[in-house]
Structures are given as C-alpha cells and as structure tokens.
Design a protein around this ligand. Structure first.
Ligand SMILES: [Zn+2]
Length: 321
C-alpha cells in the first residue's frame, strides 16, 4: 500500500504522522513526544523511533504498508547521505540518521531541514502551489526558511542556502551567534520581540500589553501585543509597525536578490499581520528595485504542519522519481 511515515524532529518536540499516497495524514493523527534534547545521541534516536512506532500503531497502518520515511531534522545536515553533521543539543555529530532509521524500519529514508521542507510544502501543496520560484520564511523563535527555484529546493553550492534569518539589516547592530552583527532574526523573530518588550518594561514604558501581565517580564509574548493593539494601545501599535519595517527590509532583500514569484510568510508572527502588514508592504515598496504586487506575498495556511507536509513531499517524490 502507498503509505509514508513522517518524522519531524524539533528542538523541543518530535511529531510523527502517517500519510497516504494522496497527500493526507491518516486519521489526522500527529502524536508528539518531547525530543529528549540533551539526553545524548542514543536517547534522542530511540525517542524518534518510538514516535514512529507509536503513530503506526495508532493509525493502524502496518510497517509493511509503508514505502518510505520522510524526516525533518535539525541541521546542518547532508541530505544526500542522510547524515546530521553537528547538532549539539541532540548530541548528534556526523550522525548517520538516515541509515539508522532505514535499518530500524527496513524502508528507504530521506531527510532535510525544516526550512527547505517548508518551502517545498508551500510550493507543492500550500499557498504558493505551482509557482516556479518561492521563498518561504517562518518567524517564530527564530527566522528560518528555504528557497524553491524552478520547482526544486535550492540548496546552494555547499548545501547552506536559505539562511534567511542571517541576512544583515544593520552592520553595526546586535552581535549574532553566527559571528555577524545585525542579523534579521535578532530584530524580527518572536525571541527578539520578547527581548525588546522586557527592555521596555525595564525602561518604565506604560502599555495595556504590560498591564495585562502585571509588568512581569517573564510573561511577555506576541499575544499580549495583539490584544493591546486591538484595544488601540499606542505602544503595541507602534511596536508592530516597527516589526513590519524589519520584515519589510528582509523581504525586500529577498526580492532584490531572487525576484521570487511568491514569498510565503509563516509562523506565530502571522497572527499579528493585521498590525504589521501595511508597514511591511510600504517598506518593501520603498526598498525593492522592481515593484512587487501584493498578491505575491502570502501567508502560510499549512502553518505548524508545513514541515510534516514537506517531509511527505520529499519522500514520496524521491520514491516516485
Ligand atoms: Zn546571524
């Protein structure tokens, strides 16, 4: 039978699914296990296998009916060889994840990183379906993404293309773990927004957003900003306009470099688009060399399932090639 096992190994949780060949998850099951991060390479691997076995059992699909396994794994990784190059939080260094899963389940395995799989899913099945060139970015804890050119994931010369969060938007800006300064994700990500809110609480800024949480710095989130903006709070509104400017500068860079047919924005940030959209579009208009029509910028509808759908496309296409 034409079924595929999907494993999405994230920093905090591992999601599993079984897809039928028509592109839908069987019984809409997405069991989730904590990823056993920092418990060592074997524990993380055993946990991944357990997630796979659990979803097979729950969906009632026998391993004999599984044609292959699609995996979303943290990078850097070698997608051809199925090797995880170095992910300290998993304890994985030159870890042959693909080979080990093939041995465990007895079927072919393909793996890739979240960003590439997100871009693939949006281009194959999502809001950018059928577009020749797509740039996809998710803005949540960080800013990650991927690129599809001429219908194929573009990985670059050494496999590291699509580091969308690490384009510099301020050369003299905040130092980044990557070694550079002023990377987009240090300004536009959810983590960055939370850091700015904490700083503003320290500075004594008054806002409905902060009143809701009793000015407790541990409780800042995008949600409090959204609610305050809805109530017309000036701080929240101006904060989210600033977010729109950061995103706009980032997107303008991608449009100037690649001129993609469609750009897809995903992640938690999209819930706040009502308040950053206009400023983002104004910034894109100002910073791009050629005009970008609004219908080329779309918001993900696959959202938190996008990577799982991408891993399905990856393994299905690899086996049908
Ligand atoms: Zn960086």
């Amino acid at each position: 039978m034409d079924h595929y096992l999907i494993l999405d190994i994230g920093g905090t949780k591992t999601t599993a699914a079984v897809f039928s060949g028509n592109g839908e998850p069987v019984k809409d099951l997405f069991p989730v296990l904590p990823s056993k991060t920092y418990e060592g390479c074997d524990a993380v691997f055993a946990n991944t296998v357990e997630a796979g076995r659990r979803v097979l059992k729950e969906s009632g699909v026998d391993i004999k009916d599984i044609r292959g396994i699609g995996v979303a794994a943290p990078g850097p990784l070698d997608h051809e060889k199925g090797v995880i190059i170095n992910v300290p939080l998993m304890g994985w260094k030159d870890f042959p994840l693909g080979q080990k899963l093939e041995k465990e389940f007895g079927v072919p395995v393909k793996l890739d990183n979240d960003g590439n799989l997100g871009a693939l899913a949006e281009q194959r099945l999502g809001v950018a379906k059928g577009a020749g060139s797509v740039v996809y970015m998710t803005v949540s804890t960080g800013c990650g993404g991927g690129i599809v050119l001429n219908g194929e994931v573009y990985r670059g010369f050494s496999g590291s293309a699509g580091e969308l969060g690490h384009i510099t938007i301020d050369m003299n800006g905040i130092p980044c773990n990557c070694g550079s300064n002023g990377c987009l994700e240090l300004y536009a990500s959810g983590t960055a927004m939370n850091t700015r809110m904490r700083r503003d609480i320290d500075k004594g800024v008054r806002s409905l957003a902060f009143e809701e949480i009793g000015y407790d710095k541990e409780k800042v989130s995008g949600k409090i900003l959204g609610r305050a903006a809805e109530a017309g709070d000036q701080y929240a509104l101006s904060f989210l306009r600033e977010e729109g400017r950061y995103l706009g500068v980032g997107l303008a860079n991608y449009f100037n470099l690649l001129d993609p047919e469609v750009f897809v924005l995903g992640g938690g940030i999209t819930h706040l688009r009502k308040w950053f959209y206009d400023e983002m579009m104004r910034t894109i208009e100002r910073c791009t060399v050629s005009p970008v029509s609004p219908d080329r910028i779309r918001f993900s509808e696959l959202n938190d399932k996008v990577v799982v759908y991408g891993a399905y496309c990856l393994i299905k296409e690899a086996l049908n090639a």
